[in-house]
Design a protein around this ligand. Structure first.
Ligand SMILES: Nc1ncnc2c1ncn2[C@@H]1O[C@H](COP(=O)(O)OP(=O)(O)OP(=O)(O)O)[C@@H](O)[C@H]1O
Ligand SMILES: [Mg+2]
Length: 267
């Protein structure tokens, strides 16, 4: 039994309040994710990646099938699981400072006295390199810094599982590389299980041990590709390795086969 499993998960959305038209977003998604692994999910826009992640987080329910964490079906958001949104504005409170945002992640941990809370809060802020900014509000920070606040707050909840929905897609390329390396460091330091949704094939290969490929809507799993590249990974060395380039090519072919065939015909 794997730590996080989806069994034949399907999701049908009703498009009108009074019922009627329905749209099938996901169909028969079965995955087994081992504890402590970092798995990326890629697929075209609208294929149901966010929907699947929200079902794994217990934020919305599946229409068919179920998700199990450590053998137990998920029926509500489990305390072991934290969800990080694409838009950092959704993951942090704009009216709270960096310190207050991270402290919020600690508040639901029972039995923490004030001194321990302060020490731990400072530690999570230091981990994401924001010690000099703990009294700043999110609007006084760059996008990358705000996403680091979201990561610190997520870690403060001491999760086993981090579900990340395109968390780095709204920041520039340089900031993104820094956030990727930060995530890899924290994943190893805290032995997290990470499910990372991204549009970006390069990011999926760079970060993960395994890439799940989903088809266009309704989303199904059409590929499950191991990434046997060594850690620690390096933005220059890893990305120039033959194995990296080859995996990236395989994934592009898997995700965009019809588009590539059409392009060849036109040429
Ligand atoms: N609450 C909802 N009500 C109705 N349809 C929805 C709802 N949420 C998602 N959908 C539909 O489900 C499908 C999958 O959406 P989802 O957001 O999961 O895709 P995605 O793969 O995350 O896309 P993107 O890569 O653009 O973020 C889409 O067709 C979308 O319109
Ligand atoms: Mg999405």
């Amino acid at each position: 039994m794997a730590y996080l499993e989806t069994h034949g998960v399907g999701k049908r959305f009703t498009l009108h309040e009074r019922g009627g038209d329905q749209a099938l977003a996901l169909s028969e998604v079965s995955l087994a994710i081992e504890r402590g692994t970092l798995v990326a999910i890629v697929g075209p826009s609208g294929c149901g990646k966010s929907t699947l992640l929200q079902i794994m987080a217990g934020l919305i329910s599946a229409s068919t099938g179920e998700v199990c964490l450590n053998g137990r079906p998920i029926t509500a958001p489990p305390f072991e699981v934290v969800y990080v949104f694409q838009q950092y504005t959704k993951s942090i409170f704009p009216w709270k400072t960096v310190w207050q945002n991270v402290a919020f992640g600690l508040q639901n941990r029972k039995g923490l006295d004030k001194t321990t809370l302060a020490v731990q809060c400072a530690e999570y802020i230091r981990l994401v390199d924001l010690a000099a900014f703990e009294n700043h509000f999110p609007w006084q920070l760059s996008g990358g810094m705000q996403q680091r606040v979201a990561i610190a707050r997520a870690l403060a909840c001491q999760p086993d599982v981090l579900l990340m929905d395109e968390p780095f897609s709204s920041v520039d390329a340089m900031t993104r590389a820094g956030l990727q390396d930060l995530l890899l460091r924290l994943w190893q330091e805290f032995s997290l299980t990470v499910v990372f949704v991204t549009h970006d094939v390069d990011e999926a290969v760079y970060l993960s041990q395994r890439v799940i490929v989903m088809s266009a809507t309704p989303g199904r799993v059409v590929g499950d590709i191991p990434v046997p590249l060594a850690y620690p990974r390096d933005q220059l060395v890893t990305r120039e390795a033959f194995e990296y380039i080859d995996l990236r090519r395989q994934l592009y072919q898997r995700i965009f086969p019809s588009e590539r065939a059409a392009q060849r015909q036109v040429a």
